[in-house]
Design a protein around this ligand. Structure first.
Ligand SMILES: O=C(O)CCC(=O)C(=O)O
Ligand SMILES: [Mn+2]
Length: 194
């Protein structure tokens, strides 16, 4: 079922069971096994630290993506990603030319506060985010006014979150650590690199 999140200066839709549990469990194991996962490092306080998750970037030829000082050179599309891309494109009414995959191996893995606002995503990017595996909390905070309350949603197995319009200008998001959780989660964010 499709719902819209009620947040100012945002256009966000959510489908809780966009993929069935059977499909989702299949994609979880298939993608963990076949994606070319890499462990990136970021420079912080003069030190090189491993990113607290594994990542991979699949995209049309020439569509590189740079964030946090890391340049992602595209890998050619894996066949298993194409039906996912098509299903998400039909729901979003938008075509994508790339996907960033994040592999949260357990609850220690996370992603800090950020917006998806890199220049190569264009002015008001449409970002379609698919989750498989362990349910994790996903938080939003307003960038310019601390009085606007934080919002959280639970991204469960098979869910689809669509962020578009001005969302990235006004809101940041994160996937906080959840140290008690031991099960893996995959997230796929389909994007259009201009
Ligand atoms: O894992 C998630 O749900 C979020 C991923 C994300 O925000 C990103 O890749 O930019
Ligand atoms: Mn993001």
């Amino acid at each position: 079922m499709k719902t819209q999140l009620c947040m100012p200066n945002a256009k966000i839709y959510f489908w809780s069971q966009f993929f069935s549990p059977v499909q989702s469990n299949y994609y979880l194991t298939e993608l963990i096994d076949t994606v070319a996962w890499q462990q990136d490092k970021i420079k912080m306080f003069g030190k090189e630290l491993p990113l607290p998750r594994l990542t991979a970037w699949y995209a049309d030829p020439g569509k590189s993506y740079r964030y946090s000082g890391i340049t992602n050179i595209p890998l050619p599309w894996l066949p298993v990603l194409l039906p996912l891309k098509e299903a998400v494109e039909a729901a979003a009414g938008h075509t994508f030319n790339s996907v960033l995959l994040n592999y949260y191996r357990q609850g220690q893995d996370s992603m800090g506060w950020h917006s998806d606002d890199e220049p190569e995503l264009g002015q008001n990017p449409v970002i379609a985010s698919v989750s498989f595996g362990q349910t994790r909390r996903f938080d939003f905070r307003y960038r310019h006014d601390k009085n606007i309350p934080k919002q959280s949603i639970w991204l469960e197995n098979g869910s689809l979150l669509l962020m578009q319009g001005p969302t990235q200008h006004y809101w940041q998001h994160q996937v906080p650590k959840a140290t008690k959780l031991t099960q893996p989660r995959l997230n796929l964010t389909f994007r259009e690199i201009k």
